[in-house]
Design a protein around this ligand. Structure first.
Ligand code: MG
Length: 337
């Protein structure tokens, strides 16, 4: 099995502002695996706060040597070996995982979801992210997002209420809130969540810094809305540690090394009675189509990543009735543009 890769800069449609940073592009690496004349596509998206970059991912991918695949049963063992090469590099590892899964689906001439017995018509509706901006721009972006059945709003700054009021002046769509660890006092966080619960908000992602575990446990006891771990939980080994602190977990392929581990996290979360959100970074249709294969395992979806970029090199999963649905082509269902 041959592995190739090259850097690719994702150009964002709008400047993307979070509680702690702001940017207009996201570095990524596109991977290809090839065996028996079949090519599988993968991707590593590396927003700066994750700690990976083109250089570190390149260094890692240069270490990866893939054996030939004879059946789909080989994949999880190969990915275990890849994961064991170094700590970290979760996005680079995901780019290998995604490419191998695309390859095996193509080799078996089946969409991945059907190989896994999943039904994408059950994919929950996806949220569409409205980034932090001036109230005028927020109103404009909200108007443009009327096709989406849920909006995701990034909070965690001093003007949080103003943002919500701006959105509510033009839209009653349900909201997911992501504070990105931006609320640092538990009492203030609780007041904000109580206020938000009267504004048709469905969930709160990562209200407080991941280091404030006791405060999160306090907040979970009292929150009228479900609290979802994002920065607090990345890998399968983190899942158990958030049970006392959150009601659910946001699974992202780039944090957890790809589809193989994402499915394991979903199974473990269900066992521990945690709710499941399936999220993404800004990504091309490659990684979004990968997530779309398993979205029916989740309670809430946030798979707008490919809609936020203007230079998507793939066509794949698409918006249908508010949900991101994979095509019925083999593997991830991608076409290269
Ligand atoms: Mg988040």
């Amino acid at each position: 099995m041959n592995l190739r890769f090259h850097p690719y800069t994702l150009e964002l449609r709008h400047r993307f502002t979070l509680a702690t940073s702001s940017r207009t592009s996201t570095p990524s690496i596109l991977t290809e695996v090839e065996q028996d004349g079949i090519i599988g596509y993968g991707e590593a998206s590396m927003p700066p706060y994750l700690g990976e970059n083109v250089e570190s991912a390149t260094q890692f991918l240069n270490l990866v040597q893939l054996p030939d695949i004879k059946s789909s049963a080989d994949i999880s063992g190969i990915l275990k070996t890849v994961d064991a090469l170094v700590d970290g590099n979760t996005a680079a590892k995901a780019s290998v995982d995604i490419a191998l899964h695309d390859w095996i689906g193509k080799a078996e001439k089946k969409p991945l979801y059907s190989m896994w017995g999943l039904d994408p018509t059950k994919n929950p509706v996806t949220s569409f992210t409205i980034g932090i901006d001036t109230p005028e721009m927020v109103i404009e972006k909200t108007k443009q997002a009327s096709a989406f059945k849920v909006l995701k709003i990034k909070l965690g700054r001093s003007d949080d209420k103003q943002m919500i009021e701006a959105i509510r002046s033009v839209s009653n769509q349900p909201l997911f809130i992501d504070a990105n660890q931006g609320w640092t006092k538990k009492e203030d966080a609780l007041h904000m969540i109580e206020w938000l619960s009267s504004k048709n908000v469905q969930l709160i992602e990562q209200p407080m810094p991941k280091s404030q575990k006791e405060d999160m446990a306090w907040l979970k006891e009292r929150s009228p809305l479900p609290l979802i771990a994002d920065e607090s939980a990345q890998r399968l080994s983190d899942v158990e540690s958030v049970v006392q602190l959150f009601h659910g977990i946001n699974i992202k392929l780039m944090k957890c090394t790809g589809l193989n581990e994402a499915r394991a996290i979903a199974a473990k979360a269900r066992k521990l009675e945690l709710k499941i959100m399936l999220g993404c970074m800004t990504e091309t249709s490659c990684a979004i189509s990968a997530a779309a294969q398993i979205a029916s395992l989740s309670d809430w979806c946030d798979l707008d990543g490919a809609l936020l970029i203007k230079n998507d090199p793939f066509k794949g999963a698409y918006l249908s009735n508010g949900s991101i649905i994979p095509t019925d082509l083999p593997g991830l269902g991608l076409t290269k543009i």
